[in-house]
Design a protein around this ligand. Sequence first.
Ligand code: NAD
Length: 338
Amino acid sequence: MLKVALIGYGYWGPNVAKQLYKNKNYIFDIICDLKENRLEKAKELYANSLKYTTNYLSVIKDPEIDLIALAVETRNHYKLAKEALLAGKNIYVEKPFTDDVKQAEELKKIALEKGLYIHVDHIMVYHPAIKKIKEIMSSGDLGDVLYFSCYRQNLGNVKNDVNAMWDLSVHDLSIIDYLTDGENVKYVKAVGEKAYSTKESITFLSVQYETFIANMTANWISPIKERKIIIAGTRKMLVYDDVDVINKLIIYDKGFDKMPIKDMEYDEFVVKSRIGDAVIPKLEQEDALYNSLDHIRKCIEEKRESQTNADAAIRVIRILELANQDIGEGGMKFQLRN
Ligand SMILES: NC(=O)c1ccc[n+]([C@@H]2O[C@H](COP(=O)([O-])OP(=O)(O)OC[C@H]3O[C@@H](n4cnc5c(N)ncnc54)[C@H](O)[C@@H]3O)[C@@H](O)[C@H]2O)c1
């Protein structure tokens, strides 16, 4: 059985620990955090069933550990992931993989050379609603995708090591990447505003993919909580609302039909709107984080790549890196007429 250690027990680490503890196909061995007070919190829950340390190097160098799960701040991902890989460990890294594409590529190269596995927790890829949407899209039910419109906003969790887009839109980018089998990107545009942080707390990111467009709002300064994705296809449309506890996913038989105009000499048509049924598909009661952690366990045991390996993660952070540049450069100057 795989032996796993968790490094980072801040805000998100406890969730990772909970799912690791629940998974009886892992030997969950040790929790590490630099802060003693965080370890005290962990001990209240897991007492003597786990080991605890503030020394991450002792964890990385422990010959018995097969997999290191990293739930440290994004700015520390690269350093710890590199040390773990060089010590011969498979790694599970929280999203976003790193804050720099070159560093991510270096980690991928080390893993390849050493025959190790990298799994990035693009958690939504392992969510039952997203798995259902993948099924629906693969069946052709939506038709050709026209656009994705994504909203992630709430009041809080303002970060200083990454901006809102790297923190939140990373979920939407990973969802789109998964649902469209890594569709190519043509253009990236973004604007952002800094408030209450040295990084942008509000970002609007637009991506022109090869065959559709996507727009993503990421906002830490919103009066309401929103986690919503609208996907419009040429046949049907759907709304995935993660905040709605009852109707999380609704598929609408709505759209436009092209009707040929009778007795016209040329191939002319009118566009007529179509409003049919709305369907609420049944979703599996699964925990996405549990699934994500279990996925990398199976991948290591069966010696196969994770669905969200370094390649998938690099495709996502490449878009974020380009978007950061666009925010920095400020886009096209708007000329006021005199
Ligand atoms: N998958 C998700 O939905 C999701 C949600 C929230 C956060 N995250 C990700 O989880 C990661 C952690 O975010 P957070 O909000 O929990 O951060 P946080 O700052 O609350 O916690 C990070 C913890 O890591 C510890 N740490 C840092 N360096 C360490 C080291 N060398 N050795 C031991 N401990 C160390 C810190 O002491 C701290 O307790 C981020 O990458 C974030 O993007 C993912």
